[in-house]
Design a protein around this ligand. Structure first.
Ligand SMILES: [Ca+2]
Length: 225
């Protein structure tokens, strides 16, 4: 009997030993960046933004954890002969490690680590510092053990998912995806934490959103046009 209990305990433990990632539970929210790009926040606010830099989509700022445990950025760029910038790459950071993906126009891609060294694509799943990269029906899926997952369709759409049972509190994330407190009215905040004011008579809504979005650009990533 004792042997049987030991075997059952071992079997229950094995999946966690061999895979750092934890499947998303039912209590999840998603943020979508697609096309040129259109963004839908975790709480459901949609807006268009067409910058040409790398942008912070979500960043963990939970004060109970001392340091940021996860973050996701997307790279917007103009392709040849295209009028609008669009998502051409992204990065997933978890527990101090990062994987960065650059997508080619033909659906190919390059995966690099936090030192920008290419990670050979020797077959999936790839594992890097607690980030598991898998293939799922043509999508690349990035899973972590800190409650953030990312799915990329290899062309123009990045879906960021937060498991609110693991993240603890959806209030403590920031970025272009907003927070995840269930209130869509407070989603568009600048990097300084100011709620976007659309009541600016001399500016169009597009200009106001451009200014908001640029506050989330990552330093030294903007491409000159
Ligand atoms: Ca919100």
């Amino acid at each position: 009997m004792r042997y049987l209990v030991s075997v059952i305990s071992l079997l229950a433990f094995l999946p966690f030993y061999f895979s750092a990632a934890i499947p998303l539970g039912p209590n999840k929210v998603t943020c979508v960046a697609k096309g040129d790009p259109h963004i839908k926040t975790f709480d459901g606010t949609s807006y268009d933004f067409s910058g040409h830099c790398t942008y912070d989509m979500v960043n963990d700022i939970d004060p109970n954890h001392g340091q940021s445990r996860f973050g996701v950025t997307v790279d917007n760029m103009y392709r040849r002969n295209e009028k609008n910038a669009r998502v051409v790459g992204f990065s997933v950071r978890a527990n101090g490690h990062t994987v960065h993906v650059t997508g080619g126009e033909d659906g190919s891609f390059i995966i690099r680590d936090e030192s920008r060294t290419e990670i050979p694509q020797t077959g999936f799943p790839l594992k890097h510092g607690g980030i598991d990269v898998k293939e799922d029906e043509g999508h690349l899926v990035f899973e972590t053990d800190v409650g953030v997952h990312v799915s990329w369709n290899r062309f123009f759409q990045v879906v960021i998912s937060l498991d609110l049972d693991v993240v603890d509190d959806g209030r403590f994330v920031e970025g272009m995806c907003g927070d995840a407190n269930g209130n869509k009215e407070n989603d568009l905040k600048t990097r300084d934490g100011d709620l976007v004011d659309f009541d600016q008579p001399n500016k169009t809504e597009k200009q106001i959103i451009e200014e908001f979005g640029q506050t989330w650009s990552v330093e030294n990533t903007c491409v000159s046009l």
